[in-house]
Ligand binder design. Structure first.
Ligand code: ATP
Length: 399
């Protein structure tokens, strides 16, 4: 996949690096990107890069990345371990120099980070604070170091109180940092990043190592900050989190762009499916043939059944038709007319995690193969057999 912005004519002449469509550049681009923010110029974006590349020896940690994160977005930056997320964030923050390519942050070139860093808050590694000092004292010292409030002590202290309130640490602000939970430590790290009242917040895996309650806290905090108009670019490997809080997504693998755009665009492009389990195992092939004859792409997989399943060795053949939800009743009718009774029929649209796995090529596109009976690929429990059927036709269909 590639970004729609790769063809931005306004900036094409600046690009010193080959596009990642360039056949000479190696691997073919992954299939189909929908980029909801395609064609944004760097003035409309908080983060904009062209051909951004970082090489370590022969290895390309980041490989011709064309980023465009719209202003005001809560954007999730996702990719497997080693995908190049941290390296990208470090280049955006002027911590390391790109090997090739160029970019802008808040409209300023990344070659001159001094021009934008005072408007950027960042938490790149786990926050480091003095363990023996309180949260408030730690923040105050950081504020002094960063010149927050200038020479005005009261102004600086006011800002410290504001950020403590924003991250919900006001009541524990006088406790020593060493007594904080991991979630509180992360929130203090975000408070530190907020000190300069940034318009762009860059966070590298802020939920790393947190328990579900801590993750929820960070999620709520980011939602609240984004609601205030700040652009947030947050890397994460927790896709369910990203799906829940981010409106925009940048997906990379092997340093290369797989997708960027709106989460809803990515999910809408996913192939909806109808999953059917015939009452008699022997009917699975016949059902698949029947649906295949109607022009549908169909697969049969074996799914481990519940302990009391009557199916052979506890394995149930699942017939998956790549078809929209609206066809469910029709497929049920087709099965019924062929004398095939369905023990279950349900629709499924891949979630972000499945989409991510498919796009990154870690599986071949059908997570249903690995799902356990009683649990959908997204972890949800499927509806009881027969649920979702057209009542008018349910008698002879699924039971
Ligand atoms: N200083 C370095 N020297 C050599 N290789 C590096 C250096 N920094 C990163 N890399 C390599 O670059 C690639 C991308 O690493 P990076 O840390 O950016 O990935 P990531 O997506 O942030 O992964 P993770 O989620 O595991 O932190 C990896 O193969 C990594 O080993």
């Amino acid at each position: 996949m590639t970004s729609g912005s790769a063809t931005d004519p306004a900036h094409a002449h600046h690009d010193p690096a080959p596009s990642h469509h360039d056949p000479a550049h190696g691997r073919a681009a992954s299939p189909a990107v929908s980029a909801g923010s395609a064609g944004l110029a760097h003035v409309d974006t908080a983060i904009w890069t062209r051909g951004l590349t970082k090489r370590y020896g022969a290895r390309r940690a980041v490989d011709h990345l064309d980023l465009q994160v719209p202003r005001g977005a809560l954007s999730g930056f996702v990719g497997p371990n080693g995908a190049g997320k941290s390296t990208t964030l470090r280049m955006l923050l002027g911590l390391i120099r790109p090997s090739a390519g160029h970019g802008h942050v808040l409209g300023e070139p990344i070659t001159e980070p001094d021009r934008y860093l005072h408007r950027v808050g960042a938490m790149i590694e786990g926050p480091t604070f003095h363990p023996g000092l309180s949260g408030r004292r730690n923040l105050d010292q950081l504020a002094v170091l960063r010149g927050i409030g200038g020479w005005h002590r009261a102004r600086r202290q006011r800002r410290v109180e504001e950020v403590l309130g924003q991250v919900g640490l006001g009541e524990r602000a006088d406790d020593r940092f060493s007594t904080y939970s991991l979630g509180m430590k992360q929130r203090l790290g975000i408070a530190a990043a907020l000190l300069p009242d940034p318009c762009l917040l860059i966070l590298d895996e802020p939920t790393n190592g947190l328990d579900p309650a801590g993750i929820r806290e960070i999620r709520a905090l980011l939602g609240q900050l984004a609601g205030g108009g700040m652009t947030i670019f947050v890397s994460s490997h927790l896709l369910t989190e990203v799906e829940q809080i981010c409106d925009h997504l940048v997906m990379i693998n092997g340093g290369r762009m797989l997708f960027q755009g709106h989460v809803t665009d990515l999910l809408a492009a996913e192939d909806p499916r109808i999953l059917m389990i015939p009452e008699h195992d022997g009917d699975a092939r016949r059902l698949a043939g029947l649906l295949g004859d109607k022009g549908l792409r169909v697969e049969i997989d074996l799914r481990t059944g519940p302990p009391n399943a009557s199916a052979t060795r506890g394995r149930l053949p699942v017939v998956t038709a790549h078809a929209p939800e609206g066809l469910a009743a029709h497929l049920n009718r087709l099965a019924m007319h062929a004398g095939i009774t369905l023990r279950s029929l349900r629709t499924h649209r891949p979630n972000l995690e499945e989409t991510f796995l498919r796009v990154t090529g870690e599986i071949d596109g059908d997570l249903v193969r690995t799902a356990q009976a009683g649990q959908a690929p997204d972890g949800s429990v499927p509806p009881p057999a027969g649920a979702g059927l057209d009542p008018a036709h349910s008698r002879g269909g699924a039971t």
